[in-house]
Design a protein around this ligand. Structure first.
Ligand SMILES: *Cc1c(COP(=O)(O)O)cnc(C)c1O
Length: 241
């Protein structure tokens, strides 16, 4: 086994251990938490090695996702970064899930593109990105706005699989300070799920995409089902020359 694979294996195992400890503390099942390996800064050789150990990867940019998906089609590729409407069709061809649907206009564009795509292609799974921290630098729906526009969301996501919410916590030095953000996303999900119109539409918001390298432990304790982990996974690897 080459050294890159053994380092990746060790990193993955230690992340999985922390996830299972967090599940134990919060009465959850580790199988309900999926690691999205964020490969946006990873060297291609690392990505190839990682594909022997793991099969769900996340990319920030539609173009890089598309290029890498063609080379590793057995991997489930998730788009986690901002999506421009002119990249929607490209993304639908290559992504299994889009975490970053951050406006009604984008949702509408995805809906239209999915309807125009051939019948055989599976409808994409989508998450709505919520800007819980309210920072101007972050995109996403405002948590207070979402209940008001929910009927529009339901109307626009026909034919798509709306399966949950995503957020990014504000940067900070301590993982603990992100906890209220994660708690808030879970409560927002619960209140949207409990609406009659959500149930009538047959929608189940099972997924909560929250937590990154620095704060995935409180995210799992607060109910994350998808954790997006980049730097921590590639720790200890040297960029090849
Ligand atoms: C880069 C990125 C991550 C992973 O960040 P790390 O701190 O490297 O784990 C997660 N989510 C999004 C949206 C990102 O852009």
């Amino acid at each position: 086994m080459n050294t890159t694979i053994s380092i990746l294996q060790k990193n993955l195992a230690s992340i999985q251990q922390q996830i299972s400890d967090a599940c134990q503390r919060s009465g959850r099942t580790p199988e309900d938490v999926q690691i999205i390996a964020v490969t946006k800064y990873a060297d291609w050789s690392w990505v190839q090695d990682l594909s022997q150990l793991h099969n769900v990867f996340g990319e920030n940019r539609p173009q890089q996702l598309a290029e890498r998906q063609v080379l590793l089609p057995q991997i489930h590729w998730h788009l986690i970064g901002q999506l421009q409407r002119n990249k929607v069709r490209l993304t639908l061809h290559h992504a299994a899930m889009i975490h970053s649907v951050d406006s009604l206009r984008l949702l509408e564009a995805i809906c239209a593109a999915a309807a125009a795509a051939d019948q055989e292609s599976t409808p994409p799974s989508i998450l709505l990105q919520v800007n819980m921290s309210g920072e101007a630098s972050k995109s996403g729906f405002a948590p207070a706005e979402l209940p008001a526009i929910w009927p529009d969301v339901l109307r626009l996501c026909c034919g798509l699989r709306l399966c949950g919410l995503m957020t990014m916590a504000a940067e900070s030095d301590t993982p603990e300070s992100a906890r209220p953000t994660f708690q808030g996303l879970r409560l927002l999900r619960d209140s949207l799920q409990n609406r009659d119109d959500t149930r009538d539409a047959g929608i189940t918001l099972t997924e909560l995409s929250m937590g990154m390298s620095g704060d995935f432990v409180p995210a799992v304790e607060e109910g994350a089902t998808l954790v997006r982990i980049g730097s921590r996974l590639f720790e200890g690897l040297q960029t090849p020359h």
